[in-house]
Design a binder for this molecule. Structure first.
Ligand SMILES: Cc1cc2nc3c(=O)[nH]c(=O)nc-3n(C[C@H](O)[C@H](O)[C@H](O)COP(=O)(O)OP(=O)(O)OC[C@H]3O[C@@H](n4cnc5c(N)ncnc54)[C@H](O)[C@@H]3O)c2cc1C
Length: 432
């Protein structure tokens, strides 16, 4: 924008007409912008808006490169999500920091039980030598993604630019930002998280339910090798997940009642770690702190519709799920893969990428999965929180039954890998 334009009171309209405007530069929006840029075809114009700074969530101790400052957050990354990152040429840099999950144990044994029996155990492999998921720290995942975005001069990136208004006509959607600037696009993609402005400006209603739980996340160093084993221990206050990281460390996602989570995080290091060790599987030895701790409020959020006129919602803007299965971002990346596939196909046919037909196709592909995932995790969280003896017996029987049914176990591992159902091409590792 020229100084003259900035000084005038007239709204500044960015030209020309963009093809997609992605609102929200979290991991899901950032990957969406990269996929559209890569597969959109000649002249396909992508804009990305972020309310803050793009890579604010991954920091180094110096501008540019430098030592990474860890937040303590890590993700279970499904094979399908890994495939998208691989197609984008980003996985190679991440791979050495990602821990393959070789084995998964599920239990709801009582902490006071001396044996802590395991009710269900899986191999983490979807086929021989190929695992279904990895654990990777936020910074190791985010750094290559944001570096690639910054290198892509073709993508118009607007930082410190929250979207404040959307106006639609028959051909385009006009986005307002920075108190007067405007940009027009054929399609607006709301990737702006749980508090999505795109969703509220489109008057899409949501179903919300608060869990009165927080997820405490922290990285710990283990006294014994983990051999790639992930443990999900369902406790009455919520699941306690031990997710293996390279170098015999683990990321813990520890769900606690809201007030108690804040209290735990305020404890001294020694008191905190003794609380962790009290919950930790004795078979895995003991732990020491290896990073900062943080806690996040947990809730269920589901948009009644994933689309509106010239608008599609992806990621947490469309569905916010309980983290007990580590699927929130993976489901968001599946939205990305499906939407990019539909848009690219439509553009190659020379048709309008923001039309109702395109949006309906996206909604049909993704909404059922989003709803099922949200309610499945909600149901599991409630079921495992119950201390009623009959409920405990029935669910332990269920776990033991699944343990004896290899085809069902295989189904669950493929589900966690993001490889069941109508899998978008990018998630199969195929280019568009
Ligand atoms: C404790 C915990 C553990 C988890 N573990 C896992 C896991 O193991 N695996 C997994 O797959 N998922 C996991 N998740 C879920 C995962 O973190 C989220 O699903 C994912 O980060 C959502 O990404 P997003 O890009 O959709 O939204 P966000 O990360 O919320 O990003 C939204 C972005 O939009 C920007 N924004 C907001 N409003 C505007 C606006 N008006 N204009 C422009 N920009 C705007 C924000 O600044 C932000 O950068 C976990 C979640 C929690 C809480």
């Amino acid at each position: 924008m020229s100084a003259e334009d900035k000084d005038s009171n007239k709204p500044f309209i960015h030209e020309p007409l963009y093809d997609v405007a992605v609102v929200g530069g979290g991991l899901v929006g950032a990957v969406a912008a990269l996929c559209f840029d890569r597969f959109g075809g000649d002249g396909f114009k992508v804009a990305l808006f972020e309310a803050g700074l793009l890579d604010a969530s991954y920091q180094t101790d110096q501008p540019g490169e430098g030592k990474v400052l860890y937040s303590g957050r890590a993700y279970a990354l499904s094979e399908g999500s890994r495939a998208i990152l691989d197609v984008l040429g980003l996985w190679q840099e991440m791979a050495k920091f990602a821990q393959p999950i070789e084995e998964i144990e599920v239990t709801d044994s009582q902490l006071e039980s001396p044996f802590r029996p395991v009710f269900l155990s899986f191999s983490g492999e979807i086929e021989h030598g190929r695992v279904g998921a990895y654990i990777i720290e936020h910074e190791r995942l985010a750094a290559p993604i944001y570096r690639a975005l910054r290198a892509k001069t073709e993508i118009a990136v607007f930082e410190n630019s929250p979207i404040t208004d959307l106006q639609r006509d028959a051909q385009s959607v006009e986005l307002s930002f920075k108190g007067g600037e405007k940009l027009r696009s054929r399609l607006c993609i709301g990737a702006d998280g749980r508090g999505s402005s795109v969703r509220s400006l489109s008057e899409i209603k949501v179903h919300r339910s608060d869990y009165d739980q927080d997820g405490i996340v922290v990285t710990v160093a283990l006294s014994q090798p983990h051999h790639g084993k992930a443990v999900q221990h369902f406790l009455p206050s919520g699941p306690f997940a031990i997710l293996p990281l390279p170098g015999d460390r683990a990321s813990l996602v520890w769900t606690e009642k809201r007030g108690l989570a804040a209290e735990m995080c305020a404890l001294s290091d020694e008191e905190f770690i003794s609380q962790v060790n009290a919950r930790f599987s004795p078979k895995l030895g003991t732990v020491e702190l290896a990073g900062p701790r943080a806690h996040f409020p947990l809730s269920l959020l589901l948009a009644y519709s994933f689309i509106d006129k010239r608008v599609a919602l992806i990621g947490d803007a469309a569905h916010g799920v309980h983290p007990l299965a580590g699927q929130g971002m993976n489901i968001g990346l599946r939205d990305v893969a499906a939407l990019v596939e539909i848009v690219v196909e439509t553009r190659r046919l020379g048709l309008d990428i923001g039309s109702e037909v395109v949006l309906e196709r996206y909604q049909q592909w993704r909404r059922f999965d989003g709803v099922m995932s949200a309610f499945a995790m909600d149901g599991m969280n409630r079921l495992f929180a119950s201390e009623v003896p009959l409920v405990r017996e029935v669910r332990d029987f269920g776990l033991r039954l699944v343990d004896r049914l290899p085809p069902l176990k295989e189904f669950f591992v493929r589900e966690a890998a993001g490889l069941n159902g109508d899998v978008p091409l990018l998630m199969q590792g195929k280019k568009l």
